[in-house]
Write a protein that binds this ligand. Structure first.
Ligand code: BDR
Ligand code: CA
Length: 321
């Protein structure tokens, strides 16, 4: 039975290995109530992301959660083919999941988001862990959407650290900079979970082994996917381990992890064609004054956490937290 105080969530994702971990985390967390999931092109196409999501839900026995296929192309330009070097050709590290019986709903992801916001006025939490195309399209469908939504949590951006797809840009933002600019400029409260924290809270081989040793189908599948993910991140960290982007945003969205330094500041997305394209320009000039909130700013930028993330992630997926 759903915890009556659980956070009602719309999840928007490009599943993706770390997206799969976020789904596994949310399914296991008692304070998450997944009302619907939309896919978007990013790590894989929106269509493949939807299939991966459906298969994960089937693995968890949660095919009751509806999945909508979302935008294939970004607002401007075309889907560039994803990131098989990071996530594998099928997006989930070559792991074969049993095909789900359930299919995507007939609606688009943007339509699902608008519908859920209208059905849950003032309480819906939007968690976006892929490019922000669907959110931008939902804003076009219903310009009143920000007034209906309680909060938006986004994995994306790089505030005070380098990017991961260009020297300044993070992938989710850069893969649809126009959408990100529109979503970050809209009139709603946002928590931005950038590379500043997701690259710092590293998932180590000992954590992966804990998932594999538990003998649980979801934990085993995620542990196997991480074998592929570690292969990519070894080139970054020099040892078998990985960053943990999307599950951290999921944990912050449901209150499983509490940020330490997270000022509310003005954030703008560079959607120009130059070398700054995709950069999240965060006004952190208050850093030597304890990062005060800026008057009127509605985006909280998470810079540090109050605790280590990986033990919490493992514990939650294994049902121990
Ligand atoms: C983000 O980009 C994707 O590759 C990951 O799934 C994550 O959402 C990290 O930059
Ligand atoms: Ca993602």
């Amino acid at each position: 039975m759903t915890n009556p105080t659980a956070v009602p969530l719309y999840l928007d994702c490009d599943t993706g290995i770390d997206d799969a971990l976020a789904v596994g985390y949310l399914l296991a967390h008692p304070d998450a109530n997944l009302l619907g999931i939309g896919s978007v092109s990013g790590n894989v196409s929106a269509a493949v992301g939807a299939v991966n999501t459906l298969d994960l839900l089937a693995l968890a026995g949660r095919e009751d959660i509806p999945v909508a296929s979302g935008a294939h192309h970004p607002l401007a330009g075309e889907f560039a083919g994803g990131a098989p070097h990071v996530h594998g050709a099928n997006g989930i590290g070559g792991v074969d999941l049993a095909p789900a019986q359930a299919e995507t709903t007939g609606e688009t992801a943007a339509e699902m988001l608008v519908r859920l916001a209208r059905e849950n006025p003032g309480t819906l939490h939007v968690l976006a862990i892929g490019p922000l195309t669907n959110l931008a399209l939902a804003l076009r469908l219903d310009p009143n959407l920000p007034a209906l939504v309680d909060h938006v949590t986004i994995m994306g951006g790089a505030a005070m650290v380098p990017g991961n797809i260009t020297p300044v840009a993070e992938a989710n933002i850069a893969n649809d900079a126009e959408a990100a600019a529109a979503v970050l400029a809209a009139d709603w409260d946002i928590t931005l979970v950038p590379l500043d924290v997701t690259m710092e809270h590293v998932f180590e081989e000992e954590h992966r082994q804990q998932l594999l040793a538990a003998g649980q189908p979801m934990a085993t599948a995620l542990g196997e996917m991480l074998g592929y993910y570690f292969g990519f991140y070894e080139s970054q960290y020099g040892r078998p381990c990985s960053a943990m982007h999307d599950p951290l945003a999921a944990a912050i969205a449901v209150g499983g992890i509490v940020p330490a330094i997270a000022p509310r500041v003005n954030v703008q997305v560079d959607a120009t064609a130059g070398p700054g394209r995709g950069q999240t320009v965060c006004d952190l000039r208050g850093r030597f004054r304890g990062f005060p909130d800026q008057p009127g700013a509605r985006t909280r930028v998470v810079l540090t956490l109050a605790e280590e993330f990986s033990p919490h992630l493992v514990g939650t997926i294994l049902g121990a937290n």
